[in-house]
Write a protein that binds this ligand. Structure first.
Ligand SMILES: O=C(O)CCCC[C@@H]1SC[C@@H]2NC(=O)N[C@@H]21
Length: 240
């Protein structure tokens, strides 16, 4: 079920408060907001809203036998990719970027924020359907820059369906096929990346795929390979 509210602080914060209060939230339910006044982004950033954009959250309740919850970041990226792809015009490339951003022709079009409360993973998704809010230092775009896109409600239906499919595959087929499909939807191997691991200087290198457990493989310019477990990743050629 998709429930839409006119305005809230953050759909992630709303679900977190309900979980903290002991409420049971079933998988498959979505909270979507027309406006967010305190949208949360990754790494403590804010997520600016824009009228007509998709801003919504759902939950996953990981159980015994499920792949590691951290892989939900990659699974969610695939679900958003699948929902957006039919609306991407010819000649524009829709790419996944580790861990879970989506880029349209090199500029950010969607972001994903996972938070865990009381053993439940809150999955928050923001997609620039109609407006490209400013993210300082980042190239940002929206689908509307390429022509008329889907309305927010139609997109919400498509995303809820693709998320449901991907969640089922995540549970039934496990990590290996997910990682293969993720890599097919990502920017090409060899793409120059700048990585900002927490508490470290920026590291430059070339994208070399994902490790077996879904971490980022970065080929450094001295020929060695580094496994990136956390941090911010930018396309090195993206304009400031
Ligand atoms: O930094 C990122 O790229 C992640 C952005 C996630 C934004 C979405 S919008 C819906 C949900 N509610 C929030 O407060 N954040 C997420």
């Amino acid at each position: 079920m998709i429930r839409t509210v006119e305005e809230t602080g953050s759909t992630n914060a709303d679900l977190a408060a309900r979980l903290s209060g002991g409420e049971y939230l079933p998988e498959g339910d979505w909270l979507v907001a027309e406006r967010q006044t305190a949208g949360r982004g990754r790494l403590g950033r804010i997520w600016n809203d824009g009228a007509g954009n998709f801003m919504g959250s759902t939950v996953v309740r990981p159980g015994p036998g499920d792949p590691p919850p951290s892989s939900l970041a990659l699974m969610t990226g695939l679900a958003v990719h699948e929902a957006l792809l039919p609306f991407v015009p010819q000649g524009a490339a829709l790419w996944l970027k580790w861990p879970n951003d989506l880029l349209l022709s090199g500029a950010k079009i969607a972001g994903i924020l996972l938070e865990v409360v009381a053993g439940t993973v809150i999955v928050g998704i923001g997609v620039n359907l109609a407006a490209a809010p400013d993210i300082p230092g980042r190239a940002v775009t929206s689908l509307s820059e390429y022509g008329p896109g889907p309305g927010r409600d139609a997109f919400a239906e498509a995303l809820a369906a693709s998320f449901d499919r991907e969640l089922h595959r995540w549970r039934s087929a496990g990590l290996a096929p997910l990682l293969r499909r993720w890599q097919s939807a990502a920017h090409p191997v060899g793409t120059r990346l700048t990585v900002l691991p927490p508490g470290e200087e920026a590291v430059e290198g070339s994208y070399a795929g994902l490790s077996q457990d879904g971490n980022l493989l970065l080929k450094l310019d001295n020929g060695t390979q580094r496994v990136i477990h956390a941090g911010d990743v930018l396309l090195a050629s993206a304009p400031d």
